[in-house]
Write a protein that binds this ligand. Structure first.
Ligand code: TRP
Length: 348
């Protein structure tokens, strides 16, 4: 994405942020996650916290568990049911209230998926092939470019447009998908009839949470503290993390990525600054630093972990919450599909 279009996206995002406090009701937020594993504190600080805030400000919020997006670059769905239920429990443990924020999944909302057909006719092969995020994801997965991986940004446009969401909290990497969605909305409206509005990608200033090794936190790097871990597993993972031999603890992400990532983790969980924590530990070395981080993470996650276990122990309740979310999404999707068919003169 070019610098100028990033600037334009940032401006749109900032304008919306300023308006949300005044007119929360003007907005519908849709966002989602692929159920490819357990959520970790990178998800929490990078997006979950933000969604809960929007929900509590009175924005209309919906969350999608993007199950069909899992098979864009993987060849099986072996653990998907477990991941879906864990994700649901994690959301709720973090403050998502399914009464305010319906939670649903792709595979349960047929009319959402049907939008894919008209939408695919609105994009060119060249546009699909140039999406930088798809290219990066393909390279990272080592998987061949499947038809679904190539076209999933269009499917993501279905996710956003079926419920006429106008704000989509995203990281920078998802901006090309938002641009594609805006284009599809524009083209559909122009070719047939005005049905859709153009969504804005809502960028947050939440920092990207570093994993325990200083790289981006990701399950596949083995550097992620998941919400589901026990206190002991958390301690073990933090103990294993790479630091350095300088006993004086300082915050210096450039030269001391391991030490600094640990300080940032403790800072997010405790609310204190990295510098203050470093000063508190002083010459205590990485042993003390790791003990400090472990305690702040485990303290922070204590309630969340108890809640997620409680939710998980009642599968019937989780199932019914997902059913309710799916019902709500189906209702909206069917209405939108009717509008689409009618705009296309297909209402026979
Ligand atoms: N592609 C998003 C991710 O990997 C997940 C997602 C699916 C999504 N559908 C969406 C995000 C719709 C925002 C809106 O993080």
């Amino acid at each position: 994405m070019s610098e100028s279009s990033f600037e334009a996206s940032l401006k749109k995002s900032n304008d919306v942020w300023a308006d949300i406090d005044v007119n929360p009701n003007k907005y519908r937020m849709l966002t989602g996650d692929r159920p490819t594993g357990h959520l970790h504190i990178g998800h929490y600080f990078g997006s979950l916290k933000n969604r809960v805030e929007l929900q509590n400000k009175g924005v209309n919020t919906m969350i999608l568990i993007a199950d069909y997006q899992v098979i864009t670059d993987r060849d099986n769905t072996e653990h998907i049911e477990d991941y879906v239920y864990n994700m649901l429990a994690d959301y709720m443990a973090c403050g998502v209230d399914p009464k305010k924020t319906p939670i649903f999944c792709h595979s349960a909302v047929a009319a959402l998926n049907q939008l894919m057909l008209p939408f695919l006719s609105l994009v060119s092969e060249a546009e699909l092939l140039r999406n930088p995020t798809v290219k990066t994801e393909q390279a990272a997965s080592g998987h061949e470019l499947t038809g679904l991986l190539l076209t999933y940004p269009v499917h993501q446009a279905c996710d956003i447009l079926f419920c006429k969401a106008n704000i989509v909290p995203v990281g920078k990497d998802q901006l090309p998908h938002i641009e594609q969605t805006r284009q599809i909305a524009r083209r559909f409206n122009k070719r047939y009839k005005k049905v859709f509005r153009e969504p804005v990608g809502l960028l947050s200033d939440a920092i990207e949470v570093p994993g325990l090794d200083g790289r981006k936190m990701s399950k596949s790097y083995g550097n992620a503290i998941s919400l589901a871990m026990t206190e002991d597993e958390t301690a073990k993972l933090i103990r294993k993390s790479q630091t350095d031999s300088d006993r004086n603890i300082t915050y210096d992400p450039e030269n001391r990525p391991g030490v600094s990532a640990l300080l940032t983790t403790a800072s997010l969980c405790s609310g204190k600054s990295q510098e203050d924590i470093a000063a508190e530990i002083g010459d205590g070395g990485s042993g003390q630093l790791k003990a400090y981080v472990t305690e702040s993470v485990n303290n922070f996650l204590k309630d969340i972990r108890v809640k997620r276990e409680t939710y998980l122990s009642d599968k019937a309740q989780l199932k019914s919450i997902l059913n309710e979310g799916n019902k709500f999404a189906n209702h909206i999707a069917e209405k939108t599909l009717e509008e689409v068919k009618s705009a296309m003169k297909m209402n026979y």
